[in-house]
Design a protein around this ligand. Structure first.
Ligand code: ADP
Ligand code: TRP
Length: 332
């Protein structure tokens, strides 16, 4: 079976290290190692559930597109596109929603988290602030995935439930009309949720992230904000209980990690550990940042790349959608 790798990033703010390590780097690695076809996209209509300022969304779309390319995506091999440019996805979303039990959506993590937050705030209406876009979010995500018969979907652990929905919905459709959709498998690294500056999951929603392409001064300032305890500089420290060390591991060799672990155990000032991490991250992204800055200064080039990607993606989507329309009976 052909390996079709697909993943999307929601443009809702600057891409951060969690997105990079949880989704972008694994997707680019899988793509270059095993994919027959790879589709990487910007889930812009998913952002519309929460972002209602046109200028911000537009900037964020360019930010995500430039980030993919700067991080090594080869657009001659992989297809990079904007979700909103593929009308087939939205038609499929409707079709799939007719096979989705409402109870599935009631159990969706993002929706449930919103209800819990409303309850904690003492709100009378637990659905306060929930729009239908947020409620239907998992169906649109299923359409993103199933439209291309994706086999592998690299995502962070927080997205596993969405993949289960996609598989369940696909099965319901297949049971009714016969084999149509491939059941997608998530590709996730265990315990791979990257912690943010405050120790919670790094997320745009918590504003606790380290964006990838900050200038040196701002990056240093962010890294210096990582939460630490108040132990004095000379006291021995446990590398396995340190956000700084956790992040360092993603950018260093085993030997470098052993070295820093030893320094921790001998006693290191948090400021010094942060400086070491800052230099590591800055170095890792220097060349990527140059590519990123060039692309952000030439958004016309990004428009061309995205248009080309959309055309190629639609060529894959159209025949499958035609087959589905026939099966449902709407194509006469
Ligand atoms: P955010 O929570 O910042 O809004 P998204 O929901 O847009 O991030 O996530 C985009 C991709 O990055 C998803 O595959 C998600 O699983 C992954 N991801 C997001 N945050 C993290 C994290 N802290 N650690 C690992 N992966 C993450
Ligand atoms: N829901 C994903 C997130 O918040 C983004 C996304 C939308 C996605 N559609 C997708 C990821 C399809 C993988 C496949 O991170």
């Amino acid at each position: 079976m052909a390996e079709i790798v697909l993943t999307g990033i929601k443009p809702t703010g600057e891409v951060h290290l969690g997105n990079y390590l949880g989704a972008i780097r694994p997707a680019i690695d899988t793509t270059s190692q095993s994919a027959d076809t790879s589709l990487l996209f910007i889930a812009d209509y998913h952002s519309l559930t929460s972002m209602h300022k046109g200028e911000d969304l537009r900037h964020s779309i360019y930010n995500v597109a430039a980030t993919w390319i700067a991080c090594g995506l080869d657009t001659s091999k992989s297809i990079l596109y904007k979700q909103s440019d593929i009308p087939e996805i939205f038609e499929l979303q409707w079709i799939l929603s007719c096979f989705t039990p409402k109870g599935f959506m009631n159990r969706a993590h993002a929706y449930k988290a919103k209800l819990d937050a409303n309850q904690a705030d003492g709100k009378k209406d637990l659905d306060h602030g929930v729009n239908m876009g947020l409620y239907n979010y998992p169906v649109l995500m299923s359409a993103d995935i199933l439209m291309f018969n994706s086999t592998k979907v690299p995502v962070g652990e927080d997205q596993i439930q969405h993949l289960e929905f996609a598989r369940d919905i696909a099965q319901k459709f297949n049971n009714n009309y016969g084999d149509t959709f491939t059941l997608p498998e998530p590709i996730t690294k265990k315990d791979s949720l990257i912690p943010g500056l405050d120790g919670r999951k790094m997320s745009k929603s918590y504003n606790n992230g380290i964006p990838l392409f900050l200038d040196s001064k701002k990056l240093r300032k962010k890294v210096m904000k990582i939460k630490t305890d108040s132990s004095p500089p000379e006291s021995p420290k446990d590398p396995d209980d340190s956000l700084i060390f956790d992040l360092y591991k993603y950018f260093s060799t085993d030997e470098e990690q052993n070295q820093l672990a030893e320094t921790y155990r001998a006693g290191i000032a948090w400021g010094e550990a942060k400086q070491i991490l800052f230099e590591k991250i800055e170095n890792y992204f220097t060349e990527k940042k140059e590519v990123y800055d060039d692309l952000m200064a030439d958004t016309g080039r990004l428009d061309q790349i995205l248009d080309d990607g959309a055309q190629r993606a639609r060529e894959i989507a159209r025949p499958l959608l035609n087959e589905i329309r026939k099966k449902t009976g709407v194509s006469l």
